[in-house]
Write a protein that binds this ligand. Structure first.
Ligand code: ZN
Length: 194
């Protein structure tokens, strides 16, 4: 490699790294840090629930009543509260994805296997060859249109097991704004965390 070229390569690499670091930092700043105190608001399908933490002599448990998400816990251990909230989201995700998938699968007359709720950082859904579907509970932190798009995406995979033309054509028929939602997830997916 000629020296001049090598130098400019290193330079551009350095500025790329700098850009990535800045981007990381910006992402970090945008990401909300939850303290799990009473009155704190957490996202749920395009709305927000208000947390109410109560110290009780029971095991740590989260349950919703109206727009409030109650967490009862023996001690105000943040990690236990976080896990109880995660469990609550997972239970909601199970109910919601089971229902939405069955409705769409019936409409498309396609068989569905098992539906499993996963805890992943940035994989939103997947479909196995056997027709089992996996969904990430963190999607419940996103607006409902995003959830709907992922349901459409994975159910359509039961018919087309690839990202070919036929796949996207059916996705766009069922969810005309899918590109917008896909872009939203790519940009904001990292924020879907509590
Ligand atoms: Zn896919």
């Amino acid at each position: 490699m000629p020296e001049r070229f090598a130098h400019s390569f290193v330079e551009s690499r350095a500025s790329w790294i700098k850009k990535q670091l800045l981007l990381q930092q910006k992402k970090h700043e945008a990401k909300q840090i939850y303290t799990f105190e009473t009155g704190e608001r957490i996202p749920f399908l395009g709305t927000e629930l208000t947390l109410s933490i109560a110290e009780k002599n029971t095991k740590t448990l989260a349950y919703r009543y109206g727009e409030t998400l109650f967490v009862s816990c023996r001690d105000a251990d943040k990690e236990k509260i976080r896990l109880a909230i995660h469990q609550w989201y997972k239970n909601q995700a199970k109910i919601l994805f089971e229902r939405e998938v069955r409705i769409l699968a019936d409409r498309l007359d396609v068989a569905v296997g098992k539906i499993t709720i996963k805890n992943q950082k940035s994989l939103w859904g997947s479909c196995s060859r056997k027709g089992n579907l996996n969904f990430n509970w963190r999607l419940l932190l996103a607006p409902p249109q995003i959830v709907q798009y992922i349901v459409v995406h994975e159910v359509v995979h039961l018919i087309h097991h690839n990202h070919g033309e036929k796949f996207w054509s059916l996705v766009s028929r069922l969810c005309p704004q899918y590109q917008e939602y896909d872009g939203w997830l790519k940009q904001n997916g990292f924020l879907l965390d509590v």
